[in-house]
Design a protein around this ligand. Sequence first.
Ligand SMILES: NC(=O)C1=CN([C@@H]2O[C@H](COP(=O)(O)OP(=O)(O)OC[C@H]3O[C@@H](n4cnc5c(N)ncnc54)[C@H](O)[C@@H]3O)[C@@H](O)[C@H]2O)C=CC1
Ligand SMILES: O=C([O-])CC(=O)C(=O)O
Length: 329
Amino acid sequence: MSQNAPVTVTVTGAAGQIGYALLFRIASGQMLGADTPVRLRLLEIPQGVKAAEGTAMELDDCAFPLLESIDIADDPRVGFEGANVALLVGARPRTKGMERGDLLEANGGIFKPQGEAINAVAAQDIRVLVVGNPANTNALIAASHAPDVPTERFTAMTRLDHNRALSQLASKTGASVKDIEKLTIWGNHSATQYPDVFHASVAGKPVTELVDEAWLSDTFIPTVAKRGAAIIEARGASSAASAANAAVDHVHDWVLGTPQGAWTSAAIVSDGSYGVPEGLISSFPVTSTGGRWEIVQGLEVNDFSRQRIDASVAELVEERDAVQGLGLI
Ligand SMILES: NC(=O)C1=CN([C@@H]2O[C@H](COP(=O)(O)OP(=O)(O)OC[C@H]3O[C@@H](n4cnc5c(N)ncnc54)[C@H](O)[C@@H]3O)[C@@H](O)[C@H]2O)C=CC1
Ligand SMILES: O=C([O-])CC(=O)C(=O)O
């Protein structure tokens, strides 16, 4: 098989839980395809470098044929050098007693210099996925410090929410996830997100014929929106393998395209579609062709959906105003 040019992939927070689940899948070719060699760059804070070195030793020990090199850095200007794809996973988690403003400020201290470094040293075609929470607003901060990179190349992850919604709907209807089409996550990757099934079908049947509105509002929506918290409660740690899997799915579809006629969900910069203020990084129904996400247009939004989209978007506006107030964007 002929091979493509190698792709440089930078992963921040490489020594963390998600990093540990993610790097092996990237190196094995599951993210960019079996014909694309990968050069990995692991970016950590100084305290995380030793553990990242341990992960790199294990990556070596897998003898992945596609893995050309592994570099470890604690300086963003080194870690993003020549990056074609950047997965921004490392973030400051909320700790006890921390207010939302403190969390946004602490993350501003991470995503501002990372945005600047991406602007300065990444490859021309850099594509960024922000996983670290609050993901949408962290993506906004990074994008605003990378003026030379088109904002559409900064995205945030709602694919885990999308996959969670697929799975919940499959289990309710007794179908397989592969039979479900045209589901959407709108808004923020937070408890206000809105998983929308009004355009979705299961094995060709409209979902609205299979479930009722009470199940949607009382079970489906809260289960999907609060799944992260339920995992933390059960596992004693936040979702890691499923988050890594969703990151692989997001970048795979972005670079290699979504299947004909299908859509997925990703938080991308709004062009004002569906009443989402221009410039916000919000989740939409999206397709990807030629390495570009596009928002699916022309969907009818009923009152049930409108209220919920508006509530999540209002939270994004609040977060944006807060980081603006802190001088982070
Ligand atoms: N968008 C989504 O769907 C999801 C997002 N998350 C978020 O992903 C993030 C990472 O989660 P985990 O891997 O479980 O956390 P973790 O705490 O296990 O790992 C985070 C790693 O990031 C590193 N780090 C911190 N600041 C850094 C910086 N400035 N540069 C480079 N590395 C840095 C830390 O040293 C640590 O190794 C969290 O913010 C979590 O809330 C988690 C699940 C789903
Ligand atoms: O809250 C967290 O850290 C984990 C998270 O985003 C999720 O599982 O969706």
